[in-house]
Ligand binder design. Structure first.
Ligand code: VGL
Ligand code: ZN
Length: 221
């Protein structure tokens, strides 16, 4: 019988200063506490590929409340419109200014063992569209931005993708959903992530599992 292939990649999502206490503009509760576990994972010989992503916005990015008159971060939403197809639209949450390209807040946290990384992928670089997923933005008709992460993983022969980083309920969730949709067996490591909305994390995990992604951790082996 043919052995089933197992060539895993580790994806470290947006482990950047602006998502971490104490100074991050969009600090996720306890966000920095996941770094030791992630460094241990990065050191495992098991992974065939180790990729980090960086949220990497121009100052003019449409997801910043400050770029919409009278709108409040965390509270208000706005409509993203596909620049190539104005009939494709969706509502999404507005954020404080964060991860502006080439600013200290956009740096990977210094504790992260970046020497283990094979690639760093930047995302959210198009000012016109929100992009939580490390693969592409949610606009599909036609697609607006694509990091080519799927090709990177496929070219390396990756079969399984393990996702950690920030934030569990936004970029980790969207990245994992797209990894699964791209045909990779996809696993989110519960202890390797933290949520913007911790009270909603249990529900969010159930929703993530509903997309075909597994969430594993000490309490759910
Ligand atoms: C993220 C909100 C805005 C994330 C990025 O990395 O989860 N969340 N931009
Ligand atoms: Zn962002």
């Amino acid at each position: 019988m043919a052995e089933s292939a197992f060539k895993p990649a580790l994806l470290v999502v947006d482990l950047q200063e602006d998502f971490c206490p104490p100074n991050g503009s969009l600090a996720v509760n306890d966000g920095r506490s996941i770094v030791p576990l992630i460094n241990s994972l990065l050191a495992l010989p098991s992974f065939a590929l180790r990729v980090a992503t960086k949220d990497w916005h121009p100052a003019s990015h449409t997801s910043f409340a400050a770029n919409h008159t009278g709108k409040q971060p965390f509270v208000d939403t706005y409509t993203v419109v596909n620049p190539f197809n104005p009939s494709e639209q969706y509502e999404t949450r507005l954020w404080p200014v964060h991860c502006v390209q080439d600013t200290p807040g956009a740096e990977l946290v210094p504790e992260l063992d970046t020497s283990r990384l094979d690639h760093v992928v930047t995302k959210g670089t198009d000012e016109r569209v929100e992009m939580y997923s490390a693969f592409y933005d949610p606009l599909r008709e036609p697609r607006v931005s694509d990091t080519k992460l799927a090709e990177l993983l496929r070219d390396a022969g990756i079969t399984h993708v393990y996702v950690v980083g920030l934030a569990g309920d936004y970029c980790v969730r969207s990245t994992a959903a797209d990894a699964h949709a791209e045909g990779f067996v996809t696993v989110v490591i519960n202890e390797g992530t933290r949520a913007v909305d911790p009270a909603g994390w249990e529900t969010c995990k159930t929703e993530i599992e509903g997309t075909g992604v597994r969430v594993v951790g000490k309490d759910s082996p």
